[in-house]
Design a protein around this ligand. Sequence first.
Ligand code: 6SD
Length: 254
Amino acid sequence: MRIDIISIFPEYFAPLDVSLIGKARERGILDISLHQLRDWTHDVHRTVDDSPYGGGPGMVMKPEPWGEAIDAVTAAGAGEPRLVVPTPSGRPFTQELAMEYAAEPWLAFACGRYEGIDARVIDEYRGRMRVDEVGIGDYVLAGGEVAVLVMVEAVGRLLPGVLGNELSATDDSFAPGTMRNLLEGPVYTKPPEWRGRRVPEILLSGHHGKIARWRRDEALRRTLSNRPELAAGLDDESLDKRDREVLSERGADA
Ligand code: 6SD
């Protein structure tokens, strides 16, 4: 997969040299290019921002550098990328969208700063390629860079050959922790007792059926406690009698 990232802070993306994503790049599974937006300015100050029309606080990113940058980056390649623009007012980035992105051959990310990018830039490229305005959560960041780090990691780990999921990573019926249904329960490793705290005995029992049932109980409890709206959305079809008991323990109407 090819990924282009345009930002006034390309140094923000140093983490992409490390760990899982760094390895995927070394192995040629991911081809990530960083671009300095200011390279497409023409004044001595390399200006990318100006005051907002209509007044108000802060500054807005000028359309001209963005137009030149996106034209240049997208000219160098076959077809057009899917253009992703992080913004708190975008559609939510979910595991489902991560899987959709993992199936794309080419993604381009445009990182805003200040109060955002002149809206005409989005309008312009919508006529030419798929453009997604995407938010990663209901809080406000100072710019799009951290959101892009989040998305690249979530997408990168789904690519065939990156984790160990040659087959299953993009198939959410196979991949655990896809968060379409239940949250993952707690996990444990050795030693069996640490600071007086025992690992739940069932996990040491070797009873694989009972262990699977216990894990599902824990997943249901955690979902109900931390994400009640997810628990409420569980369809009756996917719940057995024991599931309903666990959910009713803490007052859910399952
Ligand atoms: C000005 C940005 C771009 C500012 C953002 C995205 C989310 N989910 N929160 N904040 C954001 C993105 C903030 O450029």
